[in-house]
Design a protein around this ligand. Structure first.
Ligand code: GLU
Length: 377
């Protein structure tokens, strides 16, 4: 099987990661024509019915210039607080460019700034996930970057490769596209080794693949092939395929759809089942929610669990924690990530969703456990 059999056109939910070197010239000016062409590709992909999320780097590259921390003779590695200041200034400009450019093609955008923890921590994960899901439902393209100004660790180039894969995992995307300055993985560094062969299709991240990634030259200003392989590992585990292709020329998505050379990391599973396996298998439940017969029937039909059907809440847990759902006889019906902490869950058990606000003082989620976060046992 070759990578050529994969096609962007059958994607339903796509994350597109764009590196700084594609978005900005060396001096930090945005590549406006390239961005315009990409916006056209995004609009065309949306026409096929795909939901699109963009993970955009470039805040620091653009912000350095705005703050006079430009390269050239003073080309030096920025201190952490300088990078953060550059990101703060650059992000506004970057978001503006995305908004303006996509608006030309009637594509509304929204800015999401995340830390890696937002995608790894279950509690924060539920918040980020439902906001992004709502944007997608409303036909908006989220433009996502790492929240560099509050990132506590060193900002590392290549983090957005990881971030893109995490977003794909969190949102159950089926495809993650990494636009790079190389058209994928080679068996050795193509710049130094004439025998280096392009790899078009990968099904598992084996030590051999890792070794090849170590050989493939890294792109300027980004994490190189190793962080992309790590991103591929996360995506594959989540049932999402990941493709690395050269994004430097105009219209890279169109080129990819037409079969441009690329490395496709192809997952065997489905995003939805991978997420459900994670919920059912890897997490240790910390509480129990007992439900009435009506709710049990609703669950077996694949519906969400509403507060109205809950008769008891056992244990102490927080929002986002894994819990077991039982019927009145103690039989396990399902497992899921609960949308309320145990105290609030007790306050609203047996209540209609419309009453939640009057019991909690805030307008919470309608579901006790959303069906996307629920797996039948
Ligand atoms: N978040 C950084 C920026 O926008 C880029 C990180 C990366 O390229 O991986 O400048």
């Amino acid at each position: 099987m070759t990578g050529g059999e994969q096609s962007l056109s059958d994607s339903k939910r796509v994350v597109i990661k764009i590196g700084s070197a594609l978005l900005a010239h060396d001096d930090g000016r945005l590549r406006a024509d390239w961005l315009d062409a990409l916006a056209r590709d995004v609009a065309a992909l949306r026409e096929t019915g795909a939901e699109i999320m963009i993970v955009s780097s470039g805040a620091i590259a653009v912000g350095r210039r705005l703050l006079g921390l430009a390269r050239g003779p003073r080309n030096r590695v920025l201190r952490l607080e300088e990078s953060q200041a550059a990101a703060a200034a650059g992000q506004v400009r970057l978001a503006h460019a995305w908004q303006d450019t996509l608006a030309r093609y009637d594509v509304p955008v929204a800015q999401i700034l995340l830390t890696i923890e937002d995608t790894e921590d279950r509690r924060r994960h539920l918040n980020a996930r439902s906001t992004i899901a709502t944007l997608l439902r409303l036909g908006v393209v989220p433009v996502i970057n790492e929240n560099d100004t509050v990132a506590t660790e060193e900002i590392r180039f290549g983090d957005n490769d990881r971030l893109a894969a995490r977003v794909a995992q969190m949102m159950g995307a089926d495809t993650c596209v990494i636009l790079s300055d190389i058209d994928g993985l080679y068996t050795a560094d193509p710049g130094r080794n004439g025998d280096a062969a392009h790899v078009s299709h990968v099904e598992a991240i084996t030590p051999e693949i890792e070794a090849m990634a170590g050989e493939t030259a890294g792109e300027d200003g980004s994490g190189g092939m190793i962080t992309k392989i790590e991103a591929a590992r996360v995506a594959l585990q989540a049932g999402c395929r990941l493709v690395i292709t050269d994004g430097r020329e105009s219209h890279p998505l169109d080129a990819l759809a037409k079969g441009a050379q690329a490395t496709w990391f192809v997952s065997q599973g489905e995003p939805q089942s991978a997420r459900k396996r994670w919920i059912a298998g890897s997490l240790k439940p910390v509480g129990t929610i007992v439900v009435d017969d009506g709710a049990a029937r609703a669950l077996s039909r694949g519906n969400s669990l509403l507060p109205a059907g809950v008769t008891a809440v056992e244990g102490s847990f927080e929002r986002g924690d894994p819990v077991v759902v039982q019927d009145g006889t103690g039989r396990e019906l399902a497992r899921g990530l609960v949308a309320y902490g145990s105290e609030d869950a007790r306050r609203i058990q047996g209540r209609q969703s419309g009453e939640i606000e009057s019991f909690l003082g805030y307008r919470g989620r309608e579901e006790m456990i959303h069906r996307d976060d629920l797996v039948e046992s």
